[in-house]
Design a protein around this ligand. Structure first.
Ligand code: FAD
Length: 297
């Protein structure tokens, strides 16, 4: 890997060997990546994509790291940190061209300043545009996919633009596999005071119901297609406060798993497995993880 890292550095790419992944995830868990790369341009992403394919290396696209659980042993391959690919261009009133690594908070700030509405429901959520697209991030009945006009991706077929409502499902992107490089979004005109009030309201609702003071990845499980929400099922199964090592199911919101300090990925996985089994046994409902669990190899 050292020789490969030297090759990439010679091409002007910023890379690090054995980079601890816990530093890049909101749950603060994960061992070292063989190589982490920090592209700042689309050309550099393309270079990394081709390099990994040529070398037969696994590649993982990482953005805000707020929905990812890496293994304690880390990741064998290349983790591409997309947070350096930032930028917003106003194409026309309310229509934005955004780079994948742009924090969603930047769009909310734009809306507040210019009188546009769309991303307030994600106020306080540490998502980037690429991650919000891949997860179709949502809350309070709104979803990120509803704002997306088109997505530009690098896929095995090349660089393409995709659009259409069927690109998105519940917490899912249904487009091709590959990396989201940028997107065109549409925000709706709205009185800035109303936008501000919505941000305040959503933040207050989050603070009242979610344990925001400890590392987590938001909701661990998706809500089942019908019936009670995952959090309600987990609570009814008596799982609030349930622990494995230093991983704990929040006593404020049962769908949040908290890292109390030195939780390991294995603790979190075991906790999730046990929680799934208990909900299945008690209610006959199979919970599906929302968090992306990434294997070492
Ligand atoms: C306190 C807290 C509250 C939260 N509240 C919510 C909420 O209300 N609603 C909600 O939906 N989520 C919530 N989340 C979870 C999370 O913020 C979202 O799922 C978010 O969309 C993930 O974005 P990210 O940039 O962190 O992506 P990451 O966690 O970095 O990545 C998530 C997945 O997307 C892939 N990916 C990321 N970027 C790209 C790209 N450019 N191209 C291809 N693949 C990519 C990754 O490989 C990974 O599989 C919360 C998290 C926290 C910590």
């Amino acid at each position: 890997m050292k020789a490969l890292s030297r090759d990439l550095k010679k091409k002007g790419l910023k890379v690090r060997l054995e980079e601890p992944l816990w530093r890049y995830t909101t749950v603060r868990v994960g061992g070292p990546a063989d190589l982490m790369a920090y592209p700042e341009t689309l050309e550099e992403v393309l270079e990394l994509w081709e390099f990994s394919r040529r070398q037969g290396l696994r590649i993982f696209w990482l953005s805000g790291g707020s929905k990812v659980l890496f293994a304690d042993a880390g990741f064998r391959g290349v983790v591409v940190n997309l947070r350096g690919l930032k930028g917003v261009v106003e194409l026309s009133s309310g229509h934005l061209g955004v780079m994948c690594g742009t924090p969603v908070a930047v769009l909310t700030a734009y809306g507040l300043k210019r009188g546009f509405s769309g991303t307030e429901f994600l106020a306080g959520v540490p998502a980037t545009v690429g991650g919000a697209i891949m997860m179709n991030a949502g809350a309070f009945g709104e979803e990120f996919g509803d704002l997306v006009e088109s997505v530009t991706m690098l896929t095995p077929e090349g660089l393409r633009e995709y659009s259409g409502k069927d690109l998105f499902g519940y917490r899912t992107f249904r487009g091709p596999s590959g990396v989201v490089l940028s997107a065109r979004l549409r925000l709706r005109p709205r009185d800035p005071e109303e936008v501000r009030a919505r941000v305040r309201d959503f933040l207050a609702r989050r603070r009242a119901t979610q344990p925001l003071g400890r590392p987590s990845f938001g909701c661990a499980f998706k809500n089942p297609p019908e019936g009670p929400a995952a959090g309600e099922l987990l609570e009814a199964a008596g799982l609030k406060g349930f622990r494995r090592g230093e991983a704990m199911i929040s006593s404020k919101h049962a769908n949040f798993i908290l890292n109390l300090g030195r939780a390991r990925a294995e603790d979190i996985r075991a906790l999730m497995e046990e929680a799934r089994e208990r909900v299945q046994a008690r209610f006959g409902v199979e919970l599906e993880p929302e968090v992306r669990i990434v294997a070492e190899t």
